[in-house]
Design a protein around this ligand. Sequence first.
Ligand code: GLC
Length: 500
Amino acid sequence: MNERPSSSRATEPLHASRHCFAQPRFADESAVLADAYRLLDDAVIRYQGHPVGTMASLDPRAPAENYRDCFVRDFVSAAFLMLLEGRSDVVREFLAMILRMRGQQEELEGQQVAPGVLPASFRVVTLDDGSEQLSADFGDRAIGRVAPVDSMMWWAVLLRAYVRFTGDTAFAHTPEVQRGLRMILSLCLQSRFEVFPTLLVPDGSFMIDRRMGVNGHPLEIQALFDMTLRAADLLTIDEGSHWLIDLARRRRGVLRDYVRRYYWLDLDVLNEVHRFSTEKFGHDVDNVFNIYPESIPEWVADWLPDDGGYFVGNLGPGRIDFRFFSQGNFLATTTGLATAEQGGLLMHTVTERWDDLVGQMPVKLVYPPVRGAEWRLMTGSDPKNVPWSYHNGGNWPVLVWPMVAAALVADRQDLGERAFRVAERRLMADNWPEYYDGRHGRLIGRRANLHQVWSATGLLLARHLLADPGRLVELALTEDEDSAPGNGRGGSAQREQGDD
Ligand code: GLC
């Protein structure tokens, strides 16, 4: 995989053709990749004639109407692709438009609307007179009324990617973008009742947007929080934002130390937890969260490889969620929230537990599933989230790109290529399912949409990254050299070993 995509940064007129991208995109484009581009092209949402986003799914039988919306989190992989393929104009328009939609959030009786919150999704509505209107959902219509905390974080990540890739700092410095970024950072950095540097969120506030016991301090949100704090470097230094920049930098430093230290699990840590003494008061205690050793699930000791490790899914008073959440682990590795050593150990875990985590489709969203009474209590008896399905142990093709990114940063290109080939073998033939079921992801998800757009864009983005790992730096996904608090250097090769 060494050919470069035939892309350019030149921008063609927005409405030049039905196709969003120049063709062909890869010198030896396979039928699978060509079909992924076809799905992406078909999914483009236009507003006043210009592309501004992509639908989540083109499946006419999708269970909920809002699968035709553009979800902020779903669009991210498409947006990265657009940057890489000369359509940064679309990304810029998307970023600006999402900010403008903030004003649409409904007032809730007795509550102040948080000004930094961004919509989960939006759609373009055509009115009787033929005019178009943007209609956003802030979780007030979404299934289960879940708060999309990750939207503002992905927006900040994408803004940073856009600015790094295009060099268009003027856009970042516009008053609207500066205001938006300040509001997002202020909201994340607000003082709360907490004593942890991590961010406290309700259940279902990110990619897992249902009850799944992911309230509290889920890893994925912490990894995105770290990336969001990094975007403070786009704030212009003036009287008004100096304190915010400083606060973001300091918070990021403690957040990173904390996640590296307390979320990390390997056999040594497990041994410690297994023998923890409890009920200790004071500063100098080992078991700071008062974790009862009896809470360690039986599967952990057998599953954790001798020379491996991973970040646990959640951490709080009396609570470690030992489940393996792929997205958080891979993002942490890509961005350098994980030390180089931790990234290497994580990839070793993926190798040793390949069948569990990748199997027949990269990658398992969460391992292992919850069952029985735990499933009833944790999910509210959700039939979509039965064991080995959907968010509860299903395999999600979109996760191939974070996995490839993490593998590249940890110098395990081989793992990234292997995962890519597994995905490429099935996705087009299966009509681009949203997720897969079963212990090893062999079955198309029982209630999965077909023609799911991020399943296609995830594969295309993974292909770009494998063809040129330098893209990770161009998209500002890896840590910048010398900018990480307490880290010294960024990038896999350069990061110092064991700098924890
Ligand atoms: C499901 C997923 C969510 C995604 C949405 C649209 O609700 O859980 O992560 O954004 O579908 O694809």
